[in-house]
Design a protein around this ligand. Structure first.
Ligand code: ADP
Ligand code: MG
Length: 592
């Protein structure tokens, strides 16, 4: 038999690798904006056509490239930012893999124009399908302009999997915002279809966040600060009033790079516990600076994940800082650290949040070097973090249908924290989230009702003043919302609602509109259709909430009804309703 193994030509290899780095137009935006920042640009202009399908144009006034580099930059593993393997552990710039431009050039038509300070003329390079088509001199100012045209023109499968223009545009906007939030000192301009969308002048972090998120955030932002030997935390938490129905406004940046980190998210989210209305999420903008050798950013090709050498310590410090930050603004009671034996976590019901007396000691730094006593607070926080990690790993059981004997049994449920119904059953401890349980019951009942969408004109249009994000969400859900009967017009910052669905949900559709739009963003992808979406919203009305006291018969009734549901374990958004723990699991807690 003859030999069959051949080495893939570079062009093909680049195309395959491109799929890892460039998933959608927004990935190009991210890579190119980061390159501009790495090139020390003070002004970046981004211009988009057809949600990036036809054109992504980005112009910076950074240091530019020499004629030779203007060609080199498209080679795989070509980077000016990393010279030795050891550098990998000390990365301060954003790029370093030298893959972005090679990938983009493999799957689009690229025009690069670039000029350095000291050269007289610039260089213009045209690339397509990974090959150079031409290179010539051009005249321009210092900086770099990239035009990325016809993205994925030679990768039909990728093109096919792109979402609607609105969804792709939203991803682009999100990448733009992430970069903008870390670099308030850089002037940034975003244009869509030739229209100016956002223009950001150089400013500080706070002003930039407010500019991007909307003026309301000016009152809502509360600083968070902490500094230890190896970690610096800065940024803002938003007061509970800012909480949204969507998980969108949660930003972590590690060494200037946006990252997702569900573990650290938990550190902040728990601080807000009892302060937020059910189903809402705290907003925050938190910047972490760590010695680059203590993190590994290389675990994901698009670099939105990061691994800390000591996750638990970061968790504990962040948690304490967030707590203190809210405490300083009288948002939660903090512990008076100097009073021994006074460590309690207050838990409130949602309905009646009283502002308690705060005894805050501003000088106390739980992580200071000269802590006189044992650092019990820190130990306690670390333990909590560990418990959290363990709880996460307990598998959920789904064969619940055989639990039918419940009703007849003499189980005595009790309520804890006015929030969970707890009982022992079948050798396990069950905890049922009363709010979600009731909502699930109502959800399934709404879903089984028969309703058909149609629209109804409003006599006077209903006006909203909305920020960028909400407007984009509105566009993202446009098709579904219109088919339900909604109609609207957008004028600058104002959204005018012209028509509403003609279906009785027992609420005012006008007042519900904003929430519906926000919900869409957060939940729709995970729900099956707009009926589920609306049934889930409708189910919230009159649902039992956390904080509500229940009698034993009420609790029994709730559990029985829940167990009759199609799916008693998860909400349509995949949140857990029931949590079970075996005796062994509980023993593990005590073993910590
Ligand atoms: P990386 O950013 O990982 O180094 P890229 O493929 O994104 O890899 O870029 C390759 C190289 O091209 C960079 O290292 C840099 O030297 C150069 N480069 C890219 N974009 C710019 C820009 N806007 N201004 C100046 N140089 C750039
Ligand atoms: Mg790069």
């Amino acid at each position: 038999m003859s030999d069959v193994i051949v080495k893939l030509p570079d062009v093909v290899a680049n195309q395959i690798a491109a799929g890892e780095v460039i998933q959608r137009p927004a990935s190009v935006v991210k890579e190119l904006m980061e390159n501009a920042i790495d090139a020390e640009a003070t002004k970046i202009k981004l211009s988009i056509k057809d949600a990036g399908r036809t054109l992504i144009y980005i112009e910076d006034n950074g240091k530019g490239m020499s004629p030779a580099d203007a060609v080199m930059c498209f080679e795989r593993h070509a980077t000016s930012k990393l010279k030795t393997a050891a550098d990998l552990f000390q990365i301060a710039t954003k790029g370093f893999r030298g893959e972005a431009l090679a990938s983009v050039a493999a799957i689009a038509h690229v025009e690069l124009k670039t000029k350095t300070e000291d050269s007289i003329e610039g260089t213009k390079v045209l690339m397509s399908g990974g090959r150079m088509d031409s290179k010539e001199a051009c005249s321009m100012n210092k900086g770099t302009h990239f035009s990325i045209k016809n993205l994925f023109y030679n990768v039909p499968a990728r093109r096919y999997f792109l979402k609607s223009d609105n969804v792709e545009w939203k991803h682009i906007l999100e990448e733009f915002m992430r970069v903008a939030m870390v670099h308030p000192e850089v002037e940034m301009l975003l244009e869509n279809e030739g229209q100016k969308e956002i223009h950001l002048m150089p400013s500080n972090h706070r002003q930039r966040i407010v500019k991007l998120m909307g003026n309301k955030f000016d009152e809502w932002l509360v600083p968070i600060e902490e500094q230890t030997d190896w970690l610096r935390i800065s940024g803002f938490l938003a007061k509970p009033e800012a909480a949204k129905k969507s998980r969108g406004d949660q930003y972590f940046f590690v060494n200037g790079r946006y990252v997702k980190h569900s573990y650290l998210h938990h550190a902040i989210q728990t601080v807000f516990q009892g302060l937020l209305k059910e189903g809402t999420f705290a907003s925050y903008f938190v910047y972490l600076e760590v010695d680059p050798s203590l993190i590994d950013v290389n675990i994901h090709p698009t670099k939105t994940e990061v691994k800390f050498q000591d996750d638990k310590a970061v968790y504990a410090i962040l948690h304490a800082a967030a707590r203190r930050s809210l405490g300083m603004h009288n948002i939660v009671p903090t512990i008076d650290f100097n009073q021994e034996g006074n460590i309690t976590t207050p838990v409130w019901g949602n309905s009646e949040v009283k502002i308690p007396q705060v005894q805050y000691s501003p000088d106390y730094n739980p992580f200071g070097k000269e802590t006189p006593k044992r650092d019990v607070v820190n130990e306690w926080l670390l333990m909590q973090a560990e418990i959290h990690a363990k709880v996460q790993s307990i598998p959920e059981q789904l064969n619940w249908k055989d639990e039918a004997g419940w009703e007849q049994s003499d189980i005595q449920p009790m309520q804890v924290f006015k929030r969970w119904v707890v009982f022992e059953y079948n050798g396990e401890m069950w905890m049922v989230d009363q709010g979600l349980a009731h909502r699930q019951i109502q959800f399934e009942s709404w879903l089984s009702k028969d309703w058909k969408w149609s629209g109804q004109q409003l006599l006077t249009p209903f006006q909203f003043e909305w920020g960028q994000q909400d407007k984009v969400s509105l566009l993202g859900a446009e098709h579904e919302l219109r088919s339900m009967g909604f109609d609207w017009k957008i004028e600058e910052d104002m959204v005018q609602l012209l028509a509403i669905p003609n279906v009785d949900f027992g609420w005012s559709w006008e007042r519900q509109f904003e929430e519906i739009v926000q919900q869409w963003e957060n939940g729709y992808e995970r729900m099956n259709n707009d009926r589920e979406m609306m049934a889930w919203l409708a189910a919230k009305q009159d649902a039992i909430r956390a904080g509500q006291m229940l009698t034993v018969p009420e609790m029994k009734d709730l559990v029985v009804q829940l167990l009759q549901c199609e799916n008693p374990f998860f909400t349509p958004k995949h949140d857990k309703i029931i949590f079970k723990m075996s005796e062994k699991n509980i023993q593990q807690f005590f073993a910590i």
